[in-house]
Design a protein around this ligand. Sequence first.
Ligand SMILES: [Zn+2]
Ligand SMILES: [Zn+2]
Length: 217
Amino acid sequence: MKCALCGRKMKIRSPFCPSCSSRLLRSPISACEKCHSALSGRRRLCEQCRGRKNYFDRFYNLGYYAKGMGEIIRKVKFREERKLALGLGRMMGKILKRENREYNYIIPIPMSPKRFHERGFNQAYEIAKGVAKTMGVKLRADLLEKRDTIAFEQLNRVQRRREVKKAFKSTKKIGKAKGASILLVDDVFTTGTTVNAVAHLLKTGGALIVDAGVIAR
Ligand SMILES: [Zn+2]
Ligand SMILES: [Zn+2]
């Protein structure tokens, strides 16, 4: 296998070589207790988390967007890199196993049908598949749906929160979430608006635990 970042050949079955791994996965000295964003000073929560109610329980991220992870995140959006997404999911699954997290379902953040048709795949689904395989947990993509919407990137924070809320909905099968422990999977966590909106839907549907796992935050 080749390291997805530096291209070095390696014998281990992992997306990254040991040196890239330790560089990419390093945590900041001080981070938000809820979403792990880097903090300066002695605060417990970041500004985003202080300003909203978070519906997810625990949060896991493999790395941080800034530290070379940007390229990896761009890569996993391509269909040709499905193996990389799967490998990253496996890495996440190993971390969660070490943390003794137990789930009934692994659920990827859904993509709208139109977008899926254009792109041919959902990277969150591929990552979730890796997590589910490693943890031996059922992968479920039938409890939630995403409508076609305008690109959230162009909106300000308030508009974005409103649009994101409208964008996701639960399906007829949402009853399966009742009493369940769920891990939500996405590629990135920028402001957390998406993850939070989806976690809210699952909690409304009766989910007991909703954790979130992303490649980079
Ligand atoms: Zn490397
Ligand atoms: Zn936070």
